[in-house]
Ligand binder design. Sequence first.
Ligand SMILES: [Zn+2]
Length: 382
Amino acid sequence: MKSKIILIVALVVFMILAGMPLYQQRNFEEKIITGDSVVDVFKLSKYFEPLEGTVQDTNVYELKGEEPGGKVLIIAGTHENEPSAMTFAFFMVENMKVDKGTIYIIPHFNRSGSLGTQAGGGFPLYYDIDTEWGEKVFRFGDRGLQPLDQWPDPDVYVHYPEGQLLSYIDSRNTNRTWPGKANGTLAEQTTYAAMQMIEDEDIDIVIDLHEAETMYPVTNCIVVPEKSKPYAIGTSLFVKGREGFENHVEPSPTGYRGLSHREIGDYSDAYPFLFESPGAHLDQITAGKTVDLIVSGIDPFIMEAEKKGLLFVPYDENGFSMDRRVGQHSSVFQELMSQWSKKNKDKEVIVEVPKYADIVENGLGYYFKNPDEVDEDLVYIE
Ligand SMILES: [Zn+2]
């Protein structure tokens, strides 16, 4: 009897010790600094009340120019294990000057996903970006909502409203639950809230930021439905000519439901664009899933795969760093804005923010101020 009690006590102590880091990560506060163009910060539940108070009631940052113009929604953190999306959002909120138009930025769209790392994937709980004042730390998250926040999974996920049968795992994937469902799961309610926002605010362009494997064909690209294609093609060509990097265009399949680049286009007047940058840490064949791999994108096995011609991205011993990935997102975004503005004079969007070459040269960390040294009214918790 006594030995059983000792065993149970030891087990409980072990469970508490093992759970502590996960508990701490779930409560870890990232700090985001609002730049000069931010005019308002509010919650996504503004557009759909039932989201209020839930883990998915995420922050929306509104950046406005002196002149009215087009309206853009930038979504980061659909997949919280694709970190250049989030670091790009932080960079934009802090550094972008909007001269014309309105830009809404959501840094953690699937906020639940950011509150726990990828179970069983061997990934760290955090990653960090070097700055002049120390390390800026971010939570490393998962692809879907945490089971803690949406459970149990169905045997088969039935997409609403199209009725397509998808993998059970995608019921927690906010890039399979568009256009959402008011009385659906938390994931469906999250995309539903965003669709309400797109409608209420008359959003012209929605950009959903992602990363994909270097060995997967749909990477280093812009995924678009037919109506967004002319803008994406112009962006891809000009970015290559002006800034020297590849970013091809991929068509959004018409028969594959639930994805932002499909449903936002079909269920609203907005033009959707999904940006993919290459995240080597997502490939199956890499060595340890370390912070260094996530940030530098350097991996010996990916390098071997490159030699065998197995990659879909340009890759050498310098890897595909966070600086490069965020730099690409920035340049592709700005080129898209100029392509859009050329054809929509009444809805122009004019912004100023560093592009690819500057970000790669200075390093992303150069653009993050120390939250402890700025006016505390400017600092928000993510
Ligand atoms: Zn993704």
